[in-house]
Design a binder for this molecule. Sequence first.
Ligand SMILES: [Zn+2]
Length: 315
Amino acid sequence: MKRFKNLVLGFVAMSCVVLLTSQAGAQGKEHSTPLQLKYLGAAGWEISDGNVVVLIDPYISRLKYGGVGHPDDDRPNFARDDVARSDTDLIDSIISRADFILVHHGHFDHLGDVPYIAGKTGAKVIGTETTITILRAYGIPEDQLYAVGGGEDYQFENFSVRIVPSIHSALGEKHYFDARRLDRDSDIEAPLRINQFIEGGSLMFLARFDHHDVLTMGSMNFVERELEGLNPDILLAGVNGSRLGLYNYDERLLKVTDHPPIIIPTHWDNFRLPYGFSQEAAVTRNIVPFISAVAVISPDSRVIPPTHLETIIIN
Ligand SMILES: [Zn+2]
């Protein structure tokens, strides 16, 4: 087990790009532009198939808030009722273009940087009415905003996405529940405080790229019947400790998604640490046991542990 863990850590620490051939590629149907998935940390991704650039919950600022920071992290400490602030220099160094931004829910580690990124890129944003209401407060133009309830299946020019109703992680030992919502009648004013980024309901997305269907998660939870028949070939699986409080999470998730050939853990890291800080504790706690579980439940699936700001390439 120790050697296995070291292998995983070595893999995660690798600095090169991961090049993978999916089942389609293995059958000789190589695609001119492979799918590229760059991990932004937390539940954040930049995914491109050469035609379209889609951001998922792009949270770059990784503010130090709501807990004990790392002793080597000398950035300011934010309280939850402090006004939220995006690290725009850092965002500019990482994000240059986006056509779409898909937002799973309104919490700060999902939506916090979207006002700046949507303003900067002009990307279309798809999210709950709460998410869209917050973006409206930040002055994002209406023609960029798509409020959805879950169940929609939208075709855009070179990209389609099915919005999947979902539920939030069972935080606080299953005592978390937040039914608050924002809408046009809500009295909010930007910039918001961190704790004004409320959940507002949760979504998943089936994002259809050229040759690949990616099922995204922003929480360690899902509504099983909503995933039936989606059959993604790439699953961004929520892999954090709160999933352990759910009934047979790994088994139910992999079975209902028909054992996806490629599974990439998401939302597994400590997102209050800056990029470049060790995530070894999170790898040990979340990634290593998940890989062991998948090996038993879905032995033909390949788990790719992502590394911050590195790109996984899938043919
Ligand atoms: Zn959340």
